[in-house]
Design a binder for this molecule. Sequence first.
Ligand SMILES: Cc1cc2nc3c(=O)[nH]c(=O)nc-3n(C[C@H](O)[C@H](O)[C@H](O)COP(=O)(O)OP(=O)(O)OC[C@H]3O[C@@H](n4cnc5c(N)ncnc54)[C@H](O)[C@@H]3O)c2cc1C
Length: 400
Amino acid sequence: MPDWDVIIIGGGAAGLFCAIEAGKRGRRVLVLEHSETIGKKIRISGGGRCNFTNVYTNPQNFLSANPHFCKSALARYTPADFITLVEKHGIAYHEKKLGQLFCDGSSQQIIDLLLRECETAAVAIRRGCQVRNVQRDEQSSSLAFSIATNFGSFQSSALVIATGGLSIAPLGATDFGYRIARQFGLRIEPARPGLVPMTLGPRMQKKLAKLSGVSVDSLVSYRNEQSRQSAEFRENVLITHRGLSGPAILQISTYWRPADPISINLLPDVQAFEVLTENQNSSMELANLLSHYLPKRFAHAWCELYAPSKPLKQFTAAELREIAQKLHEMQIKPTGTEGFKKAEVTAGGIDTTELSSRTMEAKRVPGLYFIGEVVDVTGQLGGYNFQWAWASGYAAGQSV
Ligand SMILES: Cc1cc2nc3c(=O)[nH]c(=O)nc-3n(C[C@H](O)[C@H](O)[C@H](O)COP(=O)(O)OP(=O)(O)OC[C@H]3O[C@@H](n4cnc5c(N)ncnc54)[C@H](O)[C@@H]3O)c2cc1C
């Protein structure tokens, strides 16, 4: 008999949640976490208040090579289920916007919730535990996995990989999950930074540099012709000294593929051509008119880039039409993103065709499970990534 029924590598959101569910079923569960501190990412999440779920969670809020994969787990553990748990622990929360739920107090309350539930479910947690290698015994029916660590060797019947993605190494991120997948011959969708600021070329950067800190409510859209993947988000775009950020840009970055343009509609609620033609006989400068609809500094910088400002009556109708079109479809070609060091999530990961959508178990390696961000399921901004961590952790927790 192995010492443990279940070993979970990674004591983050998904790993702890899986541990709780498996522990509640009477399984002997050990969590191996390489950091000394549990829940580092949860602590800084949501600006320190942890956006722990989104009440409108829907499979469409997730990006994956197989958009159907997340449906089963999300349906079996819903935002309402997590809210019930939050309320059971007396944690006060509020909806900030768009269904995003945050703690009134601090993210530490969610970490405490998870640790208390782990204790009740008799889950053992080993911190500062470096996993050196993982082996699977093909012969024995009960002893499946042997995990060599700096604390010695542990054996278990089931092994759950919950080591997250590559985002923000100082918070404990490693490529461990992908290495284990490769070791067992499982396919991986290439990992790429998601929910990340985008960078611009030197010319645009220079022009927009003085606007650093200005944000504009916009409709940002993206379409990849090859994959037919498309997305659009209505939120703020923030100019930074290196490029673009703000919720709308973070959202689109998860979908964006290098060398593709993104399109920004700066006036989603206004018919720009109508506004311009209504003022066609005016001696007001274009930039001043646009300042009625856009932040003043932004309107002036935009004119410098796209339509040198002059009195409106000096523009022809064709020029006004072109300006209106640029305002509604400002095409920007980001040069890249700020990478994993700034990315809130890692898109891509363990190819979902390798896993059971019901249990998260590898189809070709019985007893081996992958949950949370290491899987090729990436949530949009707004509490969806934690909901995926809870839901996938729950799914595996019922099966291990
Ligand atoms: C700044 C920031 C803010 C965020 N805010 C939100 C938010 O408000 N709402 C939301 O829904 N999502 C948010 N996210 C995303 C969310 O934190 C992640 O999607 C979620 O934590 C993923 O859970 P996970 O358990 O899969 O991975 P993680 O939470 O990353 O946990 C993985 C764990 O595995 C450990 N580990 C890694 N490698 C090894 C190894 N080799 N051996 C042992 N242990 C290992 C890590 O130390 C870590 O504890 C945020 C992310 C960041 C970076």
